[in-house]
Each structure stands twice: as structure tokens, then as C-alpha cells.
Design a binder for this molecule. Structure first.
Ligand code: ADP
Length: 551
């Protein structure tokens, strides 16, 4: 059965009942229909009481390897084992939903539901973010049109426009054509909503006041004297924050096994910081004895950013890290073509396991216990599973094979035991670099200690930017690496665990509201395109509203 058929075949419980399971009273939630609700914050009490489990993975193959599926199954298994567990996940972007196969609601018998709502418009958070982002863009251009009191240089506006659609045609645009009444012509472009700084800001904000403070700090461009101009200078921080008043509230839904899941915010991990909102994770920690959360793509991207960008704001470090691996992905990393992934190949698996070992070592450097979860596919052979298990055990790392896609929470009982045991071990969180290290020191540490590479090389433009950043005091902000998810290097085709490579930084983007600087490496794009066969071609809805083809 497809994911959507399983989801449609499972009756959901009313959201009030799910809320009651974690002690949320009817006045603490705002239902959106019968099966979704916003949570009204703040909740009284201490939000740091639960144990935090971070789930990350090896470098994904283009098919997506089941990280969200394992997160959902692990949460259900922990609840089955009697540990009150609340999930904290990201909201899916409609770009990849319509493009490559890949929502973010898990799969098989380990899903968060209603999956068709969560994968499509959900509670409207991404629309609110898109509208807020583009309202700011319109206000900037209107300011220029109406006399330009701030003397904004139209050639140095850094605030682009966004859409939550994979639309490569909009990467580079010219706006303001049509004469005096239609604005001031300038070059512009669109990013995908999940790359918007407002998304990062929303996900890192502690409350509405913090959100407004951060929005006001956002850099929109430079004036004729090359001095930075912010949202605060434009005096529209209040209006932009107002447009996000509901989007800032975390969303409550349920798993197929009727356990609570909080789904909120969704920056991509390759071009943004890749973690659900701080508010969602804090709420999960407060409502559950365990909060299980996920960071996007591999441990080199979402995992690193969770540790280095999110934990300082969260004020809580993970008690255990789970790394999801699949036989398929490791064989792909070991050189097997996509079409041959279903054929047994222990030798390629052994070669590709270098990728998993790199990620284990990376996460262990943070001083947090690591557990490996093997997400079993039906095509995996016993010999392959045995070889991979032995490989991981040889490193003295706990490992469990899960079958949550086929069996739901029952398929991860062993993993749940191992994860709970790991959270009881002492964890001594260690930062990768000292606080306030400069950007080059941070990027070099990430390249060497996380990616396994040798050095960082800056383009002429990036070098020039660093000089002006030092002048403005931005050179010691945390770095957010924008890098391909498919490789530890900045070249998507280099699989496995390469060494001695260079990371090429072509440009920096200051994100002063989020409080970090994005370093764009290789040729990573902030507006994806659609593939030759977009997932949209297989989707349909009939006269009765029954949906097909949504995975
Ligand atoms: P990720 O979070 O790594 O992108 P997902 O959990 O979203 O991956 O899963 C991607 C797709 O793979 C989903 O359609 C899901 O149903 C499918 N999938 C995940 N695990 C398995 C498995 N063990 N067997 C078969 N299909 C799976």
C-alpha cells in the first residue's frame, strides 16, 4: 500500500484527545479543523525537563532514505515502551513535494497524519512566511519609488522575493519595468520560502518580542555610502512580525499510532539551518519525558547546524544522537548505480560504510552518545544487514535494525531501548570552535572535523566581503554552511568519504536577524528546479475529494 493509502485507511483521533494525552487543556490549543491545532504559548513551567534525542543521517541518496520515517517510528516505539515521548519535526516545503518524491511526514506505518494536509498547505505557516517576506520586498521597492529617504542603492538590495515552489525560471529576474508609475527597474530574483531568512528567524525566535527584535535586525541592503540598511531603518518590523502572529505558534498533530507530534518551521538544511523551531523543540521537551527531533539531510548539514546554531539558542544539548543509515544509501555511496540498489552487494556496502563512519565520528566529537539505526528495506539481504551491523559494532557504537516502515512502532523496540539507554549515559557537550571564533576558523573546523576535508578556499568576492564584514562586526557570527546534501564535499558527485578536499566558498550572505552568516559553497542553489518527471505528474484528486499519488 502507498503512504497515502495507509494514511487514509487509519481513523484519526480528535486533536483535543491527543492534546489531553500530554496534559494540554482545551484553552491551550487552537484547533484548525478536527485533527490539527496550534499550541498557545507560553505554557507554564520549566521547558527543559525532558531528554532530547536528535535524529540525523548519513548523506542521502536522491531517493530519500527514510529519516523522517525512523523518527516517527522511534517515537511510537518509545511510547509503546511506556516513555512519554513527543516528536518535534519540520513542516514540508511544497517545492519538493511537487518536485522530487519526498514529503516530510514519514512513510509506511510510521507517519504523521493527516499527511495530505501536512504535506500541502497545513496550517498556512509557509504561506504566512511567503506573504511576510514578499510584503517586505514590496515595502523596500515602494520606499525607493516614493523618494528613497534612506538613499537605498537599488543595485545593492539583498532582500530577494520568495515562493514555496521549485521554479528555476525565477532565479534571476528584472523588476520595475513599465515606466515611472511601475517602479524603479532593478535586477532581482526569487528564493524558495524555506531559504528565506524569515523562516530561520521564526525557527530561532523564543517568543513574539524576540521575533520582532530579530525581524528589525534583518539586513535589506546598502545605501549610497555602502552602509547597511535594516528592516528597523525602514520602520516595518512591527508589520512584518504581525503577519507571523499565528505562524509562530507550533502545530500539534498525531502519528498513525495516535501519539503527539509537534510540526513547526522547516528551513532546508542545505541552504539554511535545517531544524524545526526552537519553540517546537522546547514545547516537546516540556510536554514529554523525551523529545525526539530531526535535523535535515545528513549529519554534515542538519546535524552540524543543530549542534552549532540551534543548541545555543535552545539552551539544551542533545542527550543522544541517532544516525539513520540504509543499506541502499551506503551501497550508493560505495559506487552502486541507482538501478542496481536492490541487488545484494556486501563489498560495495563495506566501501560505502566509510560515509557512515565519518558521520559517527563527527557527531561523537560533540561529546554526545551516538546510536545507529539501520532502516531496513525489503530488498536488503540478511548478509548485508549482518555485515553492516558488525561494521558498526566494531566501532563500539550501539546499533539496531528497524522495520518501522512495515511494522510501525513495533519495528523499533530494540532501537527505543538502545536510545533510552544512551540518554542515560553521561554526555559532555563540546563545541566545535570557541564562541566568537571568526568565520574562517569556524568553516575550517567544520571542513576538517565534520566533512573530513583539508581546507577552505574563498573566492575573490567572498574575500572582499569578509573585509567589509569585519568593519561591521559580522565576522564572528556563527556560520551556516550552504552545501550540497549528497556529498561531504561541495561537489554532489563525490560520494563515500573523500579526504584532502577543499571547500570552495563563492559568496557570503549576512543573515543578521537569524544571527548567522550563510556561506554559499560550490554551486548550491537557493531556488531549486523541478526534475524531468515532477511528482505532480502522478497526483490527482477525484470528484469526492479522494487524493492519489501523494506518495
Ligand atoms: P527522509 O526523511 O530521509 O527524506 P522519508 O522518511 O521522508 O525520508 O522517506 C522517504 C520515502 O521513503 C517515503 O516515501 C517512505 O515511505 C519511503 N521509505 C522510508 N523507509 C522505507 C523502508 N524501510 N522501506 C520502503 N520505503 C521506505
Amino acid at each position: 500500500m502507498s503512504d497515502i493509502e495507509i494514511s487514509q485507511g487509519t481513523p484519526l483521533e480528535p486533536i483535543e484527545k491527543i492534546a489531553a494525552k500530554v496534559g494540554l487543556t482545551p484553552d491551550q490549543i487552537e484547533p484548525y479543523g478536527h485533527t490539527k491545532a496550534k499550541i498557545n504559548l507560553p505554557l507554564a513551567g520549566d521547558h527543559q525537563t525532558g531528554k532530547l534525542v536528535l535524529v540525523t543521517s548519513i548523506n542521502p541518496t536522491p531517493a530519500g532514505e527514510g529519516k523522517s520515517t525512523v523518527v516517527v517510528g522511534l517515537g511510537d516505539a518509545m511510547n509503546r515502551a511506556g516513555h512519554k515521548t513527543v516528536l518535534a519535526l519540520r513542516e514540508p516545503s511544497m517545492g519538493p513535494v511537487m518536485g522530487l518524491k519526498g514529503g516530510a511526514t514519514g512513510g509506511g506505518y510510521a507517519q504523521v497524519v493527516p499527511m495530505e494536509d501536512i504535506n500541502l498547505h497545513f496550517t498556512g505557516d509557509f504561506h504566512a512566511l511567503t506573504e511576510a517576506h514578499d510584503t517586505l520586498a514590496a515595502l523596500i521597492d515602494n520606499h525607493i519609488q516614493q523618494g528613497n529617504e534612506l538613499r537605498l542603492d537599488p543595485r545593492r538590495i539583498v532582500w530577494k522575493r520568495v515562493l514555496d515552489i521549485n521554479d528555476r525560471e525565477l532565479r534571476q529576474t528584472v523588476i520595475g519595468l513599465g515606466g515611472r508609475t511601475s517602479g524603479v527597474p532593478r535586477q532581482d530574483g526569487f528564493d524558495i520560502t524555506v531559504a528565506s531568512e524569515l523562516m530561520a528567524v521564526l525557527c530561532l525566535s523564543e517568543d513574539l518580542s524576540d521575533l520582532k527584535r530579530r525581524v528589525n535586525r534583518i539586513l535589506i541592503g546598502y545605501n549610497e555610502d555602502k552602509e547597511p540598511v535594516t528592516v528597523g531603518d525602514l520602520k516595518v518590523g512591527g508589520a512584518i512580525t504581525l503577519l507571523l502572529k499565528d505562524a509562530i505558534k507550533p502545530n500539534l498533530v498525531q502519528t498513525l499510532e495516535h501519539n503527539p507530534a509537534i510540526i513547526h518551521g522547516g528551513p532546508f538544511a542545505n541552504i539554511a539551518h535545517g531544524c524545526n523551531s526552537v519553540l517546537a523543540t522546547q514545547t516537546a521537551l516540556q510536554l514529554g519525558d523525551y523529545a525526539v527531533t530531526e535535523a535535515g539531510f545528513g549529519a554534515d548539514l542538519g546535524g552540524e547546524k543543530f549542534m552549532d546554531i540551534k543548541t545555543p539558542v535552545l539552551g539544551k544539548t542533545p542527550d543522544a544522537v541517532v544516525i539513520v543509515a540504509t543499506v541502499r544509501a551506503l551501497k550508493y555511496n560505495g559506487g552502486v548505480k541507482r538501478a542496481d540498489l536492490e541487488t545484494e552487494n556486501v563489498a560495495a556496502l563495506q566501501t560505502g560504510s566509510a560515509n557512515l563512519k565519518r558521520h559517527i565520528a563527527s557527531m561523537q566529537q560533540y561529546g554526545v552518545p551516538v546510536v545507529v539505526a539501520i532502516n531496513r528495506f525489503t530488498s536488503d539481504t540478511d548478509a548485508e544487514i549482518a555485515a553492516l551491523t558488525a561494521n558498526i559494532e566494531a566501532l563500539n557504537v550501539p546499533v539496531a535494525t528497524t522495520t518501522v516502515w512495515a511494522d510501525g512502532g513495533a519495528g523499533a523496540m530494540d532501537l527505543a531501548d538502545k536510545v533510552v539507554a544512551a540518554t542515560q549515559q553521561p554526555s559532555h557537550f563540546t563545541r566545535l570552535t570557541p564562541e566568537h571564533a571568526d568565520l574562517v576558523t569556524q568553516m575550517t573546523a567544520i571542513t576538517q572535523k565534520i566533512y573530513g576535508g583539508a581546507k577552505v578556499e574563498l573566492s575573490t568576492k567572498a574575500t572582499r566581503q569578509l573585509k567589509t564584514f569585519a568593519k561591521h562586526g559580522w565576522d564572528k557570527l556563527p556560520v551556516c554552511m550552504a552545501k550540497t546534501q549528497y556529498s561531504l564535499t561541495d561537489d554532489a558527485h563525490q560520494l563515500g568519504a573523500p579526504t584532502d578536499f577543499t571547500i570552495h566558498v563563492r559568496e557570503f550572505a549576512p543573515r543578521l536577524g537569524a544571527g548567522f552568516v550563510v556561506a554559499l559553497t560550490g554551486n548550491v542553489l537557493t531556488m531549486p528546479g523541478l526534475p524531468k518527471h515532477p511528482a505532480a505528474l502522478d497526483m490527482d484528486i477525484d470528484a469526492d475529494g479522494k487524493i492519489t499519488g501523494l506518495f
